[in-house]
Structures are given as C-alpha cells and as structure tokens.
Design a protein around this ligand. Structure first.
Ligand SMILES: *Cc1c(COP(=O)(O)O)cnc(C)c1O
Ligand SMILES: [Zn+2]
Length: 411
C-alpha cells in the first residue's frame, strides 16, 4: 500500500521523556532502552510551516491537525473527534462559574476519547507493518481498539480485570470481534502482562505507553482552542493512567511553540478518592507517585493505582500552575445525575469526575469565578448502564388503560 506522504511535511522522532535519548520513528519500542522511561513523539516545530487557515477549512476532527500527527499514509479512521463543547449553563450558575464548559468525548465513534488515540495508534500499527494489536483495559480502550482493529482488518487481543469492567464496554469489545480475556487481577497487572506478551510475541501494544496513541489524544486540546476561539484558563480531566492529561498538555505546548497560542491553561487532574496516587503526589509535593496497591472506585475507568504516565502528568500540572483533587464516589454519582438532568449530557461515572472536581475546588475556594474552564467528560452514559439503573427508580408498570396512566402520573 504505497501511499507516499500526502499529509506530512516533517520528520519526527521518539525522545525519552526522562533522559532525552533519541530513537527513530520506525522502531517498535515503548520504553527507553537506556533508562526504562516512556517515549514521546517530537517534531521539528521550528522547521514546520503550518497554515492555520488550512486547518480551519477542514472539518473539526482529529485529522484536521494532521501536520502535527505522526501518520504519513491514509489513516484508519471512523471519523473521530469533532465532539461538542457545551456551555454548562445551569451547573455553572449554581457554582457561580459563568464560563464553565464540557467537552463531550462520549460523542466519539465508540463513545470515549480513546478513539482519538486509536485512530492514530492503529494507523501506525498498519504503517509499521504490524499484524496484530493488543491492550490491557479498564474497558474503553478495549472497546475502541476492537472497533479500530475491525476497521483495519486486524486481529486484536484485549486483557480486562475480571468483574471490574462496565457492561457496555465488554459488549463492544466482544461484538467488534476482539479476543477478550479476563484476568483474575487488577488493571495494573493486566498491563504488565500484555506488555510482556507484546514484547515477546510481536503484537503491537496500544495502551497509553504507546507514544503514538497520545498524539491522537492531544487533539482534544486543539479542538477546544478552535471551538472557544481562545485558550481556556483551566483544563480539567479525570485521571487514570494520566495519558490524556499528559497528551493535552503536550499538544498545547506544541501550539505554544508554534506561536498559535500565547499561554497554557492550568492543567487540573481529578481522581477518585479510593484511587488517587497523582493527587497525593501533588498535595505532598512528591517527586514521583507512590502506587496505590488496591485502588477502588465506582468510576472503573479511573480505577488505576500505578498510572504509567504519572511522570508527565506531574510536569503538566506543576508547570502550568494547575492542581489535582479527589472526589468521592458519591460526589461523582451526584454530578453524573446533575449533568444528565440539568444539562442533558449523559456520561459514565469517570467522566463526571472532572466536573465534580470543579465543584470540590470551588467549595475549597481554589477557583477564581471568572475563569474560563473546560472539563473533559470522557465517556458516554451507555457505557455503564448497570451503575445508571442502580441509581434510578425503575419504570412504573401499569395496566394498559388511560385511567391507570393518569393515576400513575399523579402519584
Ligand atoms: C481512559 C479513561 C479515563 C482516564 O484517562 P487516562 O488517560 O488513563 O488518565 C477517564 N475516563 C474515561 C471514560 C476513560 O475511558
Ligand atoms: Zn531514557
């Protein structure tokens, strides 16, 4: 499939985020062979000449920004990105925040932001000549990988923590034809196992240790800047493996280096109280996170004790004057209901954590009320129907006549 290089005018390389060792872009490598830390894609930004008016003529989507993405050929795409940015009018009024927004990533093809990463990651798998893809997942990564692997015609293997994945996500992974394996262990163990499998058996690893996946995810930040017409003061994300907060920060740093924006938002991470190693590191000013050995929360998408991108996330938060906070499961569920009922926005529990985190920070007096704040709500309501049903009264069943209907409506 010799498609040439229709999209890209630059060469990029992989650079270790810790020791700055450099690797060629076509090497199949996930961690630095010198120091073991993660790798990031680096573009020669001062040699790029990107015409922003060309971006504006393309539809709002991941691929609007193709000059800052690593894929050179035709991408494997399901038309991801271009998600709505909603003004949270009612919740904002309650909190005294006139400029509060939600970027609804649940509106992606598989219902989470993971699609932004997978369109790039699976495209790179094809470009690098890989023939099988794999991931560990709390659910959404597996759903997304299954869908993009199907589009690419490639077999996919996904490892899940048994009993800890929301129903909708398993349904997606199964229906799209991935080989789904549940391990009797948590996500962190599943990731170790799949990493070993990929290194020893030549599958392509598509967790957020994969540097290309995060390239796709950084476009959340690009879209927000385009949709708002300016840089928000604060960017709020739920944090699990911390790939997304790192990705958005990386992308906005690139726009800054290109002179497209003149400042960075305060990067703000929200974790569930039972699974909060990053918040602890920020609060206690630790140089690195201390893994949480038995993370627990109803927000299964962020039930992660050893975030692999923690190092980058701590830089993102500290370098931008941001912060991190925890929210309880009760606060998460209350905000899931508020988003659903006061704004018409249906999200899964982990997604509500970002807006719940803002409520907490407002109550703690840590937010200037005039800030322009964008909360990323990461996944769709239907991902986790069981948690929804458990919170709502069941439908009221009646005889099929009008008087029964009227009495049901008046009771
Ligand atoms: C993956 C995911 C997260 C966490 O993102 P990280 O990049 O792991 O920090 C949050 N919410 C949802 C719905 C997710 O699928
Ligand atoms: Zn290194």
């Amino acid at each position: 499939m010799p498609v040439g290089r229709p999209f890209i005018s630059c060469m990029y390389r992989l650079v270790c985020v810790h020791c700055a060792a450099v690797y060629p872009a076509d090497q199949i490598i996930y961690t630095c062979s010198r120091c073991g830390h993660l790798l990031a894609v680096e573009y020669p930004l001062d040699e790029l000449s990107i015409d922003r008016s060309r971006w504006r003529r393309r539809p709002l989507s991941v691929w609007r920004y193709r000059e800052l993405l690593p894929v050179t050929g035709e991408p494997v795409t399901l038309q991801e990105g271009g998600t709505p940015l909603y003004h949270l009018k009612r919740i904002g009024e309650e909190l005294g925040l006139p400029h509060l927004y939600a970027k609804h990533e649940g509106m992606n093809p598989s219902g989470s932001f993971k699609d932004r990463g997978m369109t790039v990651g699976v495209s790179m798998a094809v470009e690098l000549g890989m023939t099988q893809v794999a991931c560990a997942s709390t659910g959404n990564t597996s759903a997304s990988l299954a869908q993009y692997a199907a589009k690419a015609g490639m077999p996919a293997v996904v490892l899940l923590p048994a009993g800890k994945v929301a129903l909708g996500k398993i349904a997606q992974a199964l229906m799209h034809g991935a080989k789904v394996i549940s391990i009797r262990g948590n996500f962190d163990r599943a990731l170790e196992m799949v990493h070993e499998l990929c290194l020893s058996h030549g599958l392509y690893l598509l967790n957020s240790v994969n540097p290309y996946r995060l390239e796709g995810q950084k476009t959340i930040g690009f879209e927000v800047v385009d949709q708002l017409g300016q840089v928000p003061d604060r960017f709020v994300l739920p944090v699990g493996n911390a790939g997304n907060i790192s990705a958005v920060h990386k992308g906005l740093n690139e726009l800054l280096a290109l002179g497209f924006i003149d400042r960075l938002p305060m990067m703000t991470g929200v974790q569930a109280a039972g699974s909060a190693p990053i918040v602890r590191a920020v609060r206690e000013d630790l140089p690195a996170v201390i893994p949480e050995l038995s993370p627990e929360t109803i927000a299964t998408a962020i039930r992660i004790g050893a975030p692999v991108n923690a190092e980058k996330a701590l830089v993102a938060i500290r370098a931008t004057g941001g912060t991190a906070t925890t929210v309880t499961d009760a606060e998460i569920l209350a905000m899931q209901r508020d988003l659903a009922r006061k704004e018409g926005i249906g999200v899964e529990p982990a997604s509500a954590a970002s807006v719940a985190g803002i409520r907490r920070l407002v109550e703690d007096g840590q937010i200037d009320r005039n800030e322009r704040i964008v909360c990323v709500v990461t996944g769709h309501l239907l991902k986790d129907p069981e948690t929804v049903i458990a919170q709502c009264a069941p439908p009221c069943e009646i005889d099929a006549d009008l008087s029964s209907l009227l009495s049901a409506l008046s009771s």
